[in-house]
Design a binder for this molecule. Sequence first.
Ligand SMILES: NC(=O)c1ccc[n+]([C@@H]2O[C@H](COP(=O)([O-])OP(=O)(O)OC[C@H]3O[C@@H](n4cnc5c(N)ncnc54)[C@H](OP(=O)(O)O)[C@@H]3O)[C@@H](O)[C@H]2O)c1
Length: 347
Amino acid sequence: MRDYRAADDRYERMQYRRCGASGLMLPAISLGLWHNFGDDTPHAVKRAICRTAFDHGITHFDLANNYGPEPGAAEAAFGEILRTDFAPYRDELVISTKAGYRMWPGPYGEWGSRKYLVSSCDASLKRMGLDYVDIFYSHRFDPDTPLEETMSALDFIVRSGRAHYVGISSYNSARTRQAVAILKDLGTPCVIHQPSYNILNRWVERDGLKDTLLELGIGSIAFTPLAQGMLSTKYLNGIPEGSRASQGKSLDQRMITPRAISSIRALNEVAQRRGQTLAQMAIAWVLRGSGITTALIGASRPEQVIDCAGAVGNLDFTADELAEIDRHASEEDINLWAQSSQESDAP
Ligand SMILES: NC(=O)c1ccc[n+]([C@@H]2O[C@H](COP(=O)([O-])OP(=O)(O)OC[C@H]3O[C@@H](n4cnc5c(N)ncnc54)[C@H](OP(=O)(O)O)[C@@H]3O)[C@@H](O)[C@H]2O)c1
């Protein structure tokens, strides 16, 4: 017997925003399962995080083939949660997955070939026990595979019923224009782009990607809006036990420099004056203006989801606040995904 019933007021707690010029609405805050959904996290924690998210109106869950550890474990865990808790709500959920990074050995286990993308999509569906995902992404730009091949694989994935929509992740502005044009010709529009973006990592502004997406009417989902947790108060007095930076995974302690800490301390003062936590202000900042559709957070505990969801309580900034944030925020060397977006622009 099921013991989960979603909160009746879930849709009153969240804002929903149109994904570019498409028909798809996304919650202002989405939940990603990159960390804390692998075999090293108790299933009860994963389940509580997902339930809490949906109870707060977070309808969008973002996965990838390789999220773990082991790669594939996050999709398997989410498949279990779909079965035990979310099965009655499938039509209320937007579930995405991706392929691009190494998933299995040999020449067909990563990048952007049709061979890899279609096989990986099938394996993801199997792990999650789904007939289709809502969004399937090319996870990174592949400099050695013709873009036409990667995009036609995405088109095929939609036409064969494996996904409703497609997106691209960490493609720079020039490559995005090319990919979007190819998909348009094929008749499967690119609905969304997934770039890294936060107060301390602004490559989407420098590259022009944010403006390009607005111009092309493509939605965007900004990942790592909290700079993997740096944009919270947790690192102000050292590295707490159990935090992401303590785990030797993707947040290298060397990224938390004295300069970053002094930025974070000053930013926290701005957040306090706004009556928000720093995490809430960092999410609101990503969502300011009209450029970004949804902020894609991660969480290690349900309480973090609740805190982050509270960001929708104040998404507006004064010009003075924005200027103060710019004054305090040094751009840090934390964009681990820069290689994908920096690949040559030469057509
Ligand atoms: N397309 C791509 O290439 C790509 C790459 C990376 C990520 N992503 C997507 O983006 C998602 C989010 O990435 P991310 O997890 O790095 O995002 P993030 O939101 O910047 O960082 C999440 C981490 O911040 C901490 N945190 C969250 N809420 C907090 C709060 N309210 N107060 C204090 N600390 C808080 C937690 O760290 P602790 O563990 O320290 O508690 C949490 O694990 C991923 O799950 C994935 O779906 C995509």
